[in-house]
Design a protein around this ligand. Structure first.
Ligand SMILES: *[C@@H]1O[C@H](CO)[C@@H](O)[C@H](O)[C@H]1NC(C)=O
Ligand SMILES: *[C@@H]1O[C@H](CO)[C@@H](O)[C@H](O)[C@H]1NC(C)=O
Ligand SMILES: *[C@@H]1O[C@H](CO)[C@@H](O)[C@H](O)[C@H]1NC(C)=O
Length: 371
């Protein structure tokens, strides 16, 4: 056992003894993390940025999703005006991609996918048809970028130069189309698209022999598409689980859950992604590409929790609660009243704040409420 592991165990035990009962994070801790996220909310734009030069536009859709997840879990509607304000402000055509025409139609298919999924959550929460309509517009936009000319299918990632079959764009598309199917009575179109996208994805080569998903595809010398061996980012293991759960709900076919179990099990068994049982991004703290990577762990966790909820043996409950409690004890900055900030490594120590770090923390604490 390393010294730092010993210190972590000591701190966890001290916390159990001091509190007089088992450590457990709950709604109060999730609310304090959300307060930390709201510190970064910019009233003039409706975006979250925490003055982070690396904060990207897509991350505000994920912060919005974290806020909606908290409202769904807690029953409060306190943050709904902020959520709607963000949507009303950001659905205008983008300064850097006006040709998309607004309503979140962006220059990369994944950015559109994140916002579209948040629109389906907003529709579920409010019942307001306009949010579903935006998600439908976004799906139609993404569908245009399904190309047969390379890799026999799949969505391209970068719209500017119509390049790169990336895992994330395709996972988001599978989840979005299956979610739309489940929201729209009598739909057959979106289920057909989701199943086609899944059939392509599962045989595309992106899922490696160890059941982990690499970042995307590249061309081999003989022109066929093969796994590019780029990092197995945690969100690439996560969004697919959300898609598989929606496909299971759409079809009742348990094969989708079994697939999900294989991927989730590979993450939990990976020394790189779950050292000591704590979810970790496959990059060193200062070596992550930019602020984007801090968002990834929360996205894995929220989807792992969805899979967990649909498996009768709830195989990931312990993982979820252990990660939440470890983060609370080791990665939290000293709390200012009812506002908590969290760092990049859930093993600790706290390094600094950013929108991705904080949104991942909210998603983890919300996911742990359900176990
Ligand atoms: C969101 O804002 C729009 C435009 O102002 C309004 O029509 C709609 O009712 C609002 N919805 C919610 C849930 O606040
Ligand atoms: C989806 O529809 C197309 C066109 O009708 C059809 O060729 C394809 O087999 C369908 N996919 C599934 C999974 O049913
Ligand atoms: C093309 O090359 C890749 C990588 O070397 C190989 O795995 C694949 O089997 C080849 N495909 C064909 C059709 O020869």
């Amino acid at each position: 056992m390393s010294v730092s592991t010993a210190i972590q165990i000591y701190r966890l035990l001290a916390c159990i003894l001091l509190s007089g009962y088992a450590v457990g994070t709950g709604i109060k801790e999730a609310a304090a993390a959300l307060n930390g996220l709201m510190l970064a909310y910019d009233d003039s734009t409706g975006l979250w940025d925490l003055s982070d030069p690396d904060a990207a536009w897509w991350q505000s859709s994920v912060a919005l999703q974290a806020t909606l997840d908290f409202m769904t879990a807690s029953g409060t509607r306190e943050h709904l005006p902020y959520a709607n304000y963000t949507i009303n402000m950001q659905r205008a055509p983008l300064a850097w991609w006006p040709q998309g025409g607004g309503d979140f139609r962006a220059e990369s298919t994944d950015d559109t996918g994140w916002w579209a999924l948040a629109m389906t959550s907003m529709y579920t929460l409010t019942g307001e048809r306009s949010f579903l309509d935006i998600a439908l517009e976004d799906e139609a936009y993404m569908a245009q970028y399904w190309t047969l000319s390379e890799c026999n299918g799949g969505l391209i990632w970068r719209i500017q130069d119509v390049s790169y079959k990336a895992a994330i764009s395709n996972e988001l598309y599978i989840e979005l189309t299956a979610t739309l199917h489940n929201l729209i009575p009598w739909d057959t179109t979106f289920l057909n698209r989701s199943l086609d996208a899944w059939d392509w994805f599962k045989d595309s080569g992106m899922i490696n022999s160890g059941w982990l998903i690499n970042d995307g595809l590249t061309k081999a010398a003989n022109d066929s598409c093969i796994n590019n061996n780029a990092p197995t980012w945690t969100y690439n293991q996560g969004v697919v689980l959300g898609g598989l759960v929606q496909l299971y709900l759409a079809t009742g076919d348990a094969q989708f859950l079994i697939f999900g179990r294989n991927i989730a099990g590979a993450v939990l068994a990976s020394a790189q992604l779950s050292p000591g049982g704590i979810l970790t991004e496959p990059c060193p703290l200062e070596g992550c590409p930019d602020g984007n990577a801090a968002s990834f762990k929360g996205l894995f966790i929220r989807n792992l929790a969805k899979l967990n909820a649909h498996l009768p043996d709830r195989p990931y409950s312990l993982f979820l609660s252990t990660n939440a409690n470890t983060m609370y004890v080791n990665a939290r900055s000293s709390s200012a009243g009812d506002t908590d900030l969290y760092g990049m490594l859930w093993q600790g120590p706290f390094d600094k704040t950013s929108i991705g770090r904080q949104q991942s923390a909210v998603m983890l604490l919300v996911a742990a409420l359900g176990v």
